[in-house]
Ligand binder design. Structure first.
Ligand code: SF4
Length: 199
């Protein structure tokens, strides 16, 4: 099972790199700007999390919420590496989340999956004062809108992770607009998994 997923992942990287190479300058710039906005919001959420001593809380519980995770990485998160010619972290599909390493998450906070970024556990929520908590949830709304916008633009995006979307796309390009009748967040497969709700 994990070997099949690894092969699927490797094929996905080859496909996406090929599609990126074929993008024209305008689309490449637009994509870069959109990803930059996502990274900016996620970095601001991370600063709030840092301010609440998030790392200490994670160490205390050994990142149990990540043990419940699976492959949430979505198209925007992967593209943040590939568009900059960077290597994404190597997943280990024998783990419940393929990106959880011995020292925590292998993905930098500004590029982590949406479901991971918006989750704060009770101790961290309690450590945020009222203005910071309000700021966190305002940023969450902003981030959700950015991801949903991404979802409406590209077939490979979506509320479920890139492996699922990649399999559904088959041979069709991932960086093309989805078929509105069946492939968007509001379409019929939006409820297939709920990574925006559950970590
Ligand atoms: S991607 Fe990172 S933060 Fe998200 S579940 Fe996996 S290890 Fe945890």
């Amino acid at each position: 099972m994990s070997e099949a997923r690894q092969q699927q992942w490797d094929a996905l990287l080859i496909k996406l790199r090929g599609e990126i190479a074929g993008l024209d300058e305008i689309e490449r710039r637009r994509l870069g700007e959109q990803l930059g906005r996502i990274e900016d919001v996620q970095a601001r959420m991370q600063r709030l999390w840092d301010g609440a001593d998030g790392a200490r809380h994670c160490r205390l519980c050994l990142g149990r919420c990540c043990h419940l995770g699976h492959n949430h990485m979505g198209l925007p998160n992967l593209l943040a590496y590939l568009l900059n010619d960077e290597k994404p972290p190597r997943p280990d599909f024998s783990l419940s989340c393929p990106f959880q390493g011995p020292r925590g998450c292998a993905i930098e906070a500004s590029r982590r999956p949406f479901a991971c970024v918006i989750f704060i556990c009770e101790p961290i929520e309690a450590a945020l004062d009222a203005p910071d908590l309000a700021a966190f949830y305002a940023l969450e709304r902003e981030l959700r809108a950015l991801y949903l916008d991404f979802d409406s633009r590209y077939r490979g995006a979506g509320l479920c992770g890139i492996l699922i979307r990649g399999a559904r796309a088959g041979l069709r390009p991932l960086l093309e607009p989805p078929d509105q009748s069946s492939e968007t967040a509001s379409g019929k497969d939006a409820g297939a998994t709920e990574p925006f709700e559950v970590k």
